[in-house]
Each structure stands twice: as structure tokens, then as C-alpha cells.
Design a protein around this ligand. Structure first.
Ligand code: NI
Length: 171
């Protein structure tokens, strides 16, 4: 297993729309393991392949405290959305920022898992929010897109400044 580098906003590669997975290869299974390792180490509750610069429709999630409820969603398709929930969302590609975002409270999602079994699942609350957030990544969309232009630019400038400082400290 290997920890992968997570792209950070405003990296243009986060805007690439991911293409469907045709079949679950050994290479893809390795990527799935690496994505879990990367997500758990961060730590985070969800990670889309887009965030590690692989533009395939694949996401992983685990909302448990002890990393015991791993979800692998390949080619996820949200079939139904219902209700409204507002949560403070964060994102491993926008480190340090949490902002209120409105999403559907419950969803029905269809996907294949790592054994290529087709599954239809209902998700409610935080899991529903997480899946919607990660599916957005696969479409090149970030949670900051739901904020005002002014707020998004402020976050962008601050992250760029942080990165310049880090570069100076390393140099
Ligand atoms: Ni994210």
C-alpha cells in the first residue's frame, strides 16, 4: 500500500470530469487500497479518485471512528434525492476550511463494488452528504463552488499564501 498525494484547490486537475470504470482490474484494486490508506491517514471520511489525480469514477468513504465501515463506490449514480440537510463540510483538497453547504438529506445511489457486484443503497444524513460531496469531485466540482464568489476567492488566496509560506520554509 502507498499513501497518495492529494491535489489541493485551486489545482485545475480537480476540475477534470472523471470517466466510467470499465472493469475492476488488479490495478484498480491497488488504487482502492491506496485511497483508503490515504484517506485514513489524512484523516478524512471520503476520498474521490479525482483528488489523487486519477480521473476514473471511483470513491471511497468510511464514517466510522475505527475505520471498520469502508465503502467503495465505483461508477456511482445518484438515482433519487430527498429532503434537505445543511452541514459544515470540509474537504481534503481544501485543507482547514469548513463551510455550511445544503445537500439532499437522503439519497438512493447505484454503483458497483470492488467485486463488480451492482448495488443499490439508500444513504441518510452524513453518509448521504459524503457521497454527494465525492460524486461532485468526480464531476470536477468542489464544495467551495456552493459558496459566494467572494468567499471562494478568499479561501483560494489564503491557501495559495499558505503554500508559498511552506515553500519558503522548505527552501
Ligand atoms: Ni472533498
Amino acid at each position: 500500500m502507498a499513501k497518495l498525494k492529494i491535489l489541493e484547490f485551486p489545482d485545475p486537475r480537480l476540475r477534470i470530469k472523471a470517466t466510467p470504470v470499465e472493469f475492476v482490474s488488479d490495478e484498480l484494486r491497488t488504487l482502492i487500497s491506496d485511497m483508503f490508506e490515504t484517506m485514513y491517514a489524512a484523516p478524512g471520511i471520503g476520498l474521490a479518485a479525482t483528488q489523487v489525480d486519477v480521473h476514473k469514477r471511483l470513491l471511497v468513504a468510511d464514517l466510522s471512528d475505527d475505520n471498520t465501515e469502508p465503502h467503495v463506490l465505483i461508477n456511482p449514480e445518484i438515482l433519487e434525492k430527498d429532503g434537505v440537510i445543511v452541514t459544515d463540510e470540509g474537504c481534503l483538497s481544501v485543507p482547514g476550511y469548513y463551510e455550511a453547504v445544503e445537500r439532499a438529506e437522503r439519497i438512493k445511489v447505484r454503483f458497483i463494488d470492488r467485486d463488480e457486484t451492482e448495488i443499490e443503497m439508500e444513504a441518510v444524513g452524513l453518509l448521504a452528504v459524503c457521497i454527494q460531496h465525492e460524486v461532485d469531485h468526480l464531476d470536477g466540482k468542489l464544495f467551495v463552488d456552493y459558496l459566494s464568489e467572494a468567499k471562494r476567492q478568499r479561501i483560494r488566496r489564503k491557501l495559495e499564501k499558505d503554500r508559498r509560506q511552506q515553500a519558503t520554509e522548505v527552501a
